[in-house]
Design a protein around this ligand. Structure first.
Ligand code: GDP
Length: 364
């Protein structure tokens, strides 16, 4: 599955947000087995209204959303890259994540101490990014030493890695995160394998006071500007509101949202933004037993998509019977779609589209 690491300075609202995320998931336990893997790791359901619609049409007994993992990575402070505040463990946790949700304090509250005694989300973002850049520099230098030996031994992969590390090093020494480096398609895999912290895509989460949950405030506007300049994304959220909503029943939550003038929980937007950030898509399997959503990367082939369900599906892949989501809904289900000629037989080269309803045929 895909993993988002929640980072940020102390007291910005990370835990509040993480608890809200995981409690909401727990409330859906009826059709979604929430699981806490570790105290700071939780899986959440990806909200998708299309899945409910498909299930209603097919009269599926069970609805199983696709999931995303969130990791609460506390303890990142100024000096973390030097090993202060157990920094290195936290950096290792970030390394394992696919993307970073960077929580920034945009709320004023004199009762909640800010580590630097002032509310300045743009400066906070720089503090964390600088730590991540310093950590990258250190690991780049270490790896370069090892590679020098391998290159002498004639290792071609080592030559490629060295070249990529030099590109990353140059960017960081120029004061920029490694994600600004543009790599060629043939280097993309090796680049990703380097697992540099500052190559991970970033979603800024602006934690604003309750009253600003809908519109944002002047601080979140500054973050929006910074994010746009960097090519990163941002969402505005009130962790406090999300925490309250997560404790309510579904109908109460809807009323509460209405009173706050909000259309949907911020967490839904957060999860969707994470999905977009990682270039993820959803396809569906739909039958009388269950309607289920599955996560794939954009550009995934039909056999690879089948492999998300089970490795054997990918190995023995023959073809996929596919109905576009729009056709399935407009025509009223699999049988009518088939009769209307909207069920396609797709082979190994088919690139799955977002919303496809799939049925895989495979050899065992
Ligand atoms: P963490 O250290 O980043 O995990 O921060 P916490 O989630 O523990 O939050 C630190 C403190 O800030 C707690 O007392 C929270 O209740 C409070 N807090 C979090 N979000 C908000 C908010 O939106 N408004 C206000 N006023 N306080 C908040």
């Amino acid at each position: 599955g895909f993993k988002m690491g929640i980072v940020g300075l102390p007291n910005v609202g990370k835990s509040t947000l993480f608890n809200a995320l995981t409690k909401t998931a727990a409330a859906q336990a009826a059709n979604f087995p929430f699981c806490t893997i570790e105290p700071n790791v939780g899986e959440v359901a990806v909200p998708d209204a299309r899945l409910d619609k498909l299930a209603a049409i097919a009269q599926s007994k069970q609805i199983i959303p696709t999931r995303m993992t969130f990791v609460d990575i506390a303890g990142l402070v100024k000096g973390a890259s030097k090993g202060e505040g157990l920094g290195n463990q936290f950096l290792a946790n970030i390394r394992e994540c696919d993307a970073i949700a960077h929580v920034l304090r945009c709320f004023e509250d004199d009762d909640i101490t800010h580590v630097d005694g002032r509310v300045d989300p743009v400066a906070d973002a720089e503090v964390i990014e600088t730590e991540l850049m310093l950590a990258d520099l250190e690991s780049i230098e270490k790896r370069m030493q090892n590679l020098t030996r391998k290159i002498k031994g004639g290792d071609k992969d080592a030559v490629q890695q060295m070249r990529l590390l030099e590109m990353a090093q140059a960017a960081i020494e120029d004061g920029k995160p490694a994600r600004v480096v543009e790599v060629d398609a043939e280097d993309a895999k090796a680049w990703k394998m380097l697992q540099l912290l500052t190559t991970k895509p970033v979603l800024y989460v602006c934690n604003v006071e309750e009253e600003s949950a809908g519109s944002g405030n002047s601080q979140s506007a500054r973050v929006a500007e910074m994010a746009a300049a960097q090519g990163n994304s941002h969402v505005v959220i009130s962790a406090r509101i999300e925490e309250e909503i997560s404790q309510l029943e579904a109908d109460e939550a809807e009323m509460f949202l209405g009173e706050m003038g909000l259309e949907e929980p911020g967490l839904d937007r957060l999860i969707r933004a994470g999905y977009a950030l990682l270039h993820l898509q959803t396809y569906f399997t739909v039958g009388p037993k269950e309607a289920r959503a599955w996560t794939i990367k954009e550009g995934t082939s039909a056999p690879q998509a089948a492999g998300v369900i089970h490795g054997d599906f990918e190995k023995g892949f023959i073809r996929a019977e596919t109905i576009a989501y729009g056709d399935f809904v407009a025509l009223g289900g699999e049988q009518p779609a088939k009769e209307a000629g909207k069920m396609r037989a797709e082979g190994k080269g088919y690139i799955v589209k977002d919303g496809d309803v799939m049925h895989f045929l495979f050899n065992t």
